[in-house]
Ligand binder design. Structure first.
Ligand SMILES: *[C@@H]1O[C@H](CO)[C@@H](O)[C@H](O)[C@H]1NC(C)=O
Ligand SMILES: *[C@@H]1O[C@H](CO)[C@@H](O)[C@H](O)[C@H]1NC(C)=O
Ligand SMILES: *[C@@H]1O[C@H](CO)[C@@H](O)[C@H](O)[C@H]1NC(C)=O
Ligand SMILES: *[C@@H]1O[C@H](CO)[C@@H](O)[C@H](O)[C@H]1NC(C)=O
Length: 346
């Protein structure tokens, strides 16, 4: 599972959900492991956009969907032959690699990301990307007009013309229609999940550090993952190169978070600028913003209010209030601790 997630970060997650809800993808993340481990030899995670909708793995009697997944996957049982093809092909490829590099013992892993994307219901691409023992091996993409392929120059698996034509035909004429059709069925079934909009919660975190303060704007628990987070100093956008962070990360609950941090020097703190963090997201009719000024020891949340935003505003105020109270309380505790530490010395 760990390997699969790494692959997701580098290959899949950059790919997913381009513009709003018009473009969708179905990805198969497959791992084939040889050698003795506690993991099944072959396992598959099925992703609809960035939502896991299925998990299959190998058992003595073939591929089975694991009962732990809630989603009804019965319709996919008739697509299991494709998973078997993938299994066979990955097994063959890893065997070639083992032979070529004399890997007679130990654990070896072949990974594949494969799937398709549709836009407004029309297929736009199908691709696969293979890695052996964590290293990119080769890939193929078909975008409805052209095939693009890449492979490591020294790679063990080289195709002659026949083989190339065969693989291209397999992907464009068999895998693509099956994938696009499965994607359509899943989209209809999971419409609510795919098109849901979850509003970000936005706050400022201030941390005193040597030489000044770290001002972090945090947006969390939103969906879909696209968000624009801007930091303003007195109403002017702060240059992106002054900010660190900005990578959108999964929150572990199907939602996302992102943070951007600005280092503010002691001199700049004295100037008592007004810092504002602005979030724009599909779930928001208007932008959400939170401001902070050095002379105030708390955040102000000032959304450009639209009626549905007022609920989020109330919740946000509560969060800010709780945060502020906790901060004050933790200061109090710090003082007490100090007194306790001093006492024995008296
Ligand atoms: C693999 O083993 C064979 C025979 O022992 C040897 O000739 C060959 O160079 C080895 N290849 C690698 C990549 O180590
Ligand atoms: C497909 O890729 C080729 C080569 O990269 C490009 O020239 C072509 O415009 C692309 N077609 C579509 C439909 O995106
Ligand atoms: C800080 O700036 C924002 C946006 O520029 C503005 O809406 C807000 O009222 C300002 N806050 C303070 C306390 O000056
Ligand atoms: C973020 O900004 C880009 C470029 O300005 C814009 O195209 C996009 O629609 C924005 N996204 C959101 C969610 O507001």
């Amino acid at each position: 599972m760990l390997v699969i997630q790494l692959m997701c970060v580098s290959l899949l997650c950059g790919h997913v959900i381009s513009s709003a809800s018009r473009r969708h993808s179905l990805w198969v993340l497959a791992s084939y492991i040889s050698g003795s481990t506690m993991f099944p030899e072959f396992s598959v995670v099925l992703m609809l956009d960035d939502i896991q909708v299925g998990y299959f793995d190998s058992h003595v009697d073939g591929i089975r969907r694991t009962a732990a997944t809630e989603v009804k996957m019965d319709l996919l049982q008739d697509k299991v032959f494709i998973l078997r093809d993938i299994w066979e092909s990955m097994k063959k490829r890893l065997n070639l690699v083992k032979l070529r590099f004399n890997l007679t013992t130990g654990v070896h892993v072949q990974q594949r990301l494969t799937g398709c994307e549709v836009m407004d219901g029309q297929p736009v691409l199908i691709m696969y990307k293979d890695a052996a023992n964590g290293q990119d091996a080769d890939s193929l993409m078909y975008n409805m007009t052209h095939f693009t392929a890449s492979r490591r120059p020294d790679w063990v698996i080289q195709w002659d013309n026949m083989k190339r034509v065969f693989v291209q035909t397999l992907y464009s004429n068999i895998y693509l229609p099956v994938c696009a059709q499965t994607l359509k069925i899943l989209l209809d079934r999971e419409k609510r999940l795919v098109t849901r909009r979850v509003r970000p919660r936005v706050h400022f975190l201030m941390k005193q550090v040597v030489g000044g303060a770290q001002l972090t704007c945090l947006a969390t628990d939103f969906y879909p993952r696209h968000i624009n987070l801007t930091l303003l100093r007195n109403g002017q956008a702060v240059d992106e190169d002054q900010l660190t962070g900005g990578t959108v990360l999964p929150n572990g609950n199907g939602l996302y978070q992102v943070r951007k941090t600005l280092m503010v020097s002691v001199e700049e703190l004295r100037l008592k600028h007004n810092y504002t963090c602005v979030a724009s997201h599909l779930s928001l009719d208007n932008r959400l913003q939170v401001s902070w000024r050095a002379e105030f020891s708390r955040s102000h949340r000032i959304p450009i209010i639209s009626v549905p935003a007022s609920v989020a505003l109330a919740a946000g105020l509560l969060v800010v209030l709780l945060w502020w109270r906790r901060r004050r309380r933790s200061k109090g505790i710090a003082v007490e601790t100090q007194e306790q530490q001093v006492e024995p010395e008296l």
